[in-house]
Design a protein around this ligand. Structure first.
Ligand code: NIG
Ligand code: FE
Length: 421
């Protein structure tokens, strides 16, 4: 079992390994994962084979072929898992950013035919090659920040053909670079422009014409935006139920701008995650934790209220106390968060949602892996998992959220391969 790659003398090795591997980390366990001072992580090809303190390193497994990285004075941790992105889209919304700065709200812009719909027009007009090039550019940006696994949603086509095209382009982009991409179908983002004012008919079209064409092995999740101006709780419930019958895992965008009850409805259907949650109450979070046996992850997107100039941030601290497992993501998209900086999201989760640095670190690794069903593969440094490892330019985990907006990543290893930056 000789090592092909060894990262040694890690000042702090953040393994993210917790006592119970059968569910996402929740409550005090979210900050009580295993950190090893002066640690090592050893890999063979694309898998981690051993992790521990330097005093226990088996020197006999180091051969002339072993690539050795010295991490003295540095934090070493699992590759980031980015569990919520809208990766494939055309154009950008810089002009709307100006309108927002002058006081228009997200829902006002959407109601006037802008917002998501303006990106839909730009996306439909873009060629496959353009969309693919954009997606690859964004994936490279994510890898630069140390993201080694990422979820990618469709949702800017809003007709059957374009939605299928966006899923195909995401898969093509995934195959052309090393980070793992998990695909989600978000055809139910808002009713397509051809179905204005007819949300139920639009969902019926998706259920009849698109869902049966998708394979859960390729597109494991179906998502919906449950909000005023998008889909109601009852419409969302019916659609997600149909997706579940067809074998898909479920996700929802809900409680972003109002407390409608979408998160709780989705958790009752067994959703793997409920995302946004800015208007979810702590009591609602406790009910979700109980309903799901602690398996539905609340995905916090702290850069979204920041970018939308909204006062209300999800009460993450209270969610944790209510027993809800939480993850953090950027929600990268052209409208509500054009940033790929998951480290910034982590800092803002500490500043505006009350997470501790240790909780936030688990939320961008282990719990984010749970939020996209990748917990067997990534999110922690444990033997058997994929060798996705970051060496950081900081000596302690507490410094990570402190250097606001910086990228602490020094080296990125994906599947046992050191990436050239
Ligand atoms: O997750 N909330 C809905 N959808 C996206 C934003 C999409 C857009 O504005 O283009 C989100 O925030
Ligand atoms: Fe989103």
């Amino acid at each position: 079992m000789s090592y092909t790659l060894l990262v040694r003398h890690c000042n702090h090795l953040l393994t993210m390994a917790g006592p119970d591997a059968s569910r996402p980390l929740a409550g005090p366990a979210l900050r009580e994962w295993r950190s090893i001072p002066d640690g090592y992580v050893a890999c063979r090809h694309n898998r981690i084979v051993a992790v521990g303190p330097m005093t226990e390193l088996d020197e006999a497994q180091i051969t002339p072929e072993t690539e050795v990285l010295e991490a003295r004075g540095r934090v070493v941790m699992p590759g980031l898992v980015e569990c919520h992105t809208h990766l494939v889209f055309g154009g950008n919304r810089a002009a709307e950013f100006q309108r927002k700065l002058q006081g228009e709200s997200y829902l006002d812009i959407l109601a006037s035919g802008g917002g998501i719909l303006s990106t839909v027009h730009a996306t439909r007009a873009a060629s496959d090659a353009e969309l693919l090039a954009n997606a690859l550019h964004h994936l490279a940006g994510f890898r630069h920040y140390g993201v080694t696994t990422l979820e990618a949603k469709s949702g800017y086509g809003l007709d059957a053909a374009t939605e299928l095209r966006l899923l195909r382009i995401a898969q093509q982009a995934a195959a052309l670079q090393p980070a793992r991409v998990v695909s989600t179908f978000l055809g139910a983002h808002v009713p397509g422009p051809e179905y204005r004012g007819r949300p139920a008919e639009y969902l019926a079209m998706l259920a009849a014409e698109v869902l049966p064409q998708l394979q859960p092995e390729q597109t494991p999740y179906v998502d919906i935006f449950c909000e005023q101006g998008a889909f109601s709780v009852e419409e969302s419930r019916r659609y997600l139920l149909r997706a579940r019958e067809l074998g898909f895992g479920l996700k929802i965008h809900a409680e972003q701008l109002h407390d409608l009850g979408g998160c709780e409805m989705a958790a009752a259907l067994g959703a793997v995650s409920v995302d946004h949650c800015d208007y979810l109450t702590p009591a609602g979070a406790a009910r979700i934790a109980a309903l799901s046996g602690g398996r539905t992850v609340g995905v916090l997107l702290p850069l979204v209220p920041l970018f939308l100039r909204q006062e209300q941030y999800a009460p993450g601290r209270q969610f944790i106390e209510a027993g809800l497992p939480v993850a953090i993501s950027t929600d990268f998209n052209p409208g509500s968060c054009p940033s790929k900086n998951l480290w910034l999201a982590l800092s803002v989760a500490c500043l505006k949602m009350g997470l501790t640095p240790h909780e936030a670190l688990a939320a961008v690794t282990r719990n984010a892996a749970w939020a996209i069903g990748q917990q067997q593969e990534c999110g922690s440094l444990e033997p058997g998992k994929r060798a996705d490892i970051l060496v950081l330019d900081v000596p302690t985990p507490e410094e990570i959220p402190y250097w606001l907006g910086e990228n602490p990543v020094r080296q990125v290893i994906i599947g046992g391969v050191l990436q050239q930056s």
